[in-house]
Design a protein around this ligand. Structure first.
Ligand code: ACO
Length: 375
């Protein structure tokens, strides 16, 4: 009989699961490179379509300009809007991210149009329609002339968005478009490796993203800020929650041993938006007071985490500033995870293309610790 295998690490911490030309996370240096660009430089120089062009090319698709991708997405968004009645009928009573999951699952894996375009286009159309339904409003049709960020904001509000808001959302979409072998990307690649098709792989990625340890953290970050409310309440709140063994949302990361570089990019985007006075009206607690409270919470949370776990550096992650930025854009917190999916679908689709080119089934082993039949 074979010697029983031993698990290397329960969370696959140090396992290299794939070679990729898409992105590299250096957790010691706090550096993220996406398709050859440092993340701050990429977010400053490319809109979402530009970042998609880089990723899809790096994954092996024929080179396309950002302009061609914008035009193709425009047509695909129109197509996706045709699915909205069925989406709304199928998602009654579901949360926004559950509704998005249902809507994507209705798309066929086998379709003539490039699946990556259909999937990237479907996200903003579906998320906006689901958000508007939650407010008792009819869906707004996409405008093929608008880019991804502008059209999403327009479909959410029914109005032409201010350019500074479009820039801020673009900065967010680019900053989180891809991030190495994170849990949702890994899930998508495993599914792609079975040749199930891109829609199935992306639905699986979204399911993994939904959890609070991955893409579900930003909503709870705002819940935390609401519960704290005023600066004097910060330490008592943090002490009580850490004493209970709770995790502070927006802090800690499996790979980064230092500050998540995406937190800095989004922090700057939040500051730029606030300086232009363009934060969304009508969002609970948005504005200068909110940002000042958040920065104070961040400072004290880092001190408290250091005191609670001196051996483990727990720093601010991307989700803390995601929460502030999306709130400032008047995006309802119930939609935060789905909006993260709307960004990350660019990375997922590129990874699926890359994985399909590799062509080899991902099939690890397990270490059996159960009972053996009696001899
Ligand atoms: N608050 C309090 N304690 C924490 C936190 C936190 N945010 N993060 C980790 N810890 C503690 C753990 O409880 C653990 O303590 P223990 O050894 O006594 O059990 C110790 O620090 C080490 O944590 P790990 O579980 O090894 O950290 P891991 O790498 O598995 O988890 C994770 C990373 C899931 C992101 C974690 O830091 C966390 O839960 N953070 C809060 C949720 C969050 O912000 N998620 C978004 C991540 S970014 C993204 O996915 C896009």
């Amino acid at each position: 009989m074979d010697k029983p295998l031993k698990a290397t690490a329960s969370g696959l911490d140090s396992v290299v699961a794939a070679e990729t030309a898409l992105s590299h996370v250096d957790g010691e240096a706090g550096r993220l490179i996406v398709a050859g660009h440092d993340i701050g430089a990429l977010a400053a120089s490319h809109d979402y379509e530009g970042a998609l062009a880089l990723l899809w090319r790096a994954a092996g698709r024929a080179p396309e300009t950002a302009g061609n991708i914008r035009a193709a997405l425009g047509r695909a968004k129109f197509d996706a809007f045709g699915h909205v009645p069925a989406l709304l009928a199928a998602s009654e009573g579901l949360t926004v991210v559950e509704g998005l999951r249902a809507g994507l699952a209705m798309l066929p894996d086998d379709h003539a149009l490039a699946p990556e375009l259909r999937l990237v286009a479907a996200h903003p159309v579906f998320v906006a329609a689901l958000c508007r339904r939650a407010e008792g409003k009819a869906p707004v049709a996409p405008d093929p002339a608008r880019g991804q960020a502008a059209d999403f904001l327009a479909m959410m509000t029914g109005e032409t968005p201010k350019p500074e808001k479009v820039r801020a959302l673009d900065a967010y979409l680019v900053t989180v478009i891809d991030h190495g072998m994170n849990a949702s990307t890994f899930a998508a690649r495993v599914i792609a490796s079975t040749r199930a098709g891109m829609v199935s792989a992306i639905v699986g990625g979204l399911c993994a993203l939904k959890g609070p340890l991955h893409g579900g953290a930003p909503g709870p970050v705002l819940d935390m800020l609401d519960e704290i409310g005023v600066e004097e309440a910060i330490m008592p709140w943090l002490d009580a929650h850490l004493a209970e063994g709770d995790r502070l949302m927006g802090f800690g990361h499996r790979i980064y041993k230092v500050r998540d570089p995406r937190a800095d990019v989004l922090n700057e985007a939040v500051a730029r938006l606030a300086a232009r006075g363009a934060e969304g009206p009508g969002t609970e607690g948005s504005g200068a007071g909110r940002i000042a409270l958040a920065r104070a919470v961040e400072r004290k949370a880092l001190e408290a985490l250091h005191a609670a776990r001196p051996g483990r550096r727990l720093d601010t992650n991307v989700e803390f500033f995601t929460a502030l930025l999306l709130e400032a854009l008047a995006i309802p917190r119930a939609a935060f995870t789905a909006v993260f999916g709307m960004a990350r679908v660019g990375g997922w689709t590129a990874h699926v293309i890359e994985q399909e080119r590799v062509g080899r089934l991902i099939r690890p082993q397990s270490a059996y610790v159960g009972l053996w039949p009696e001899e």
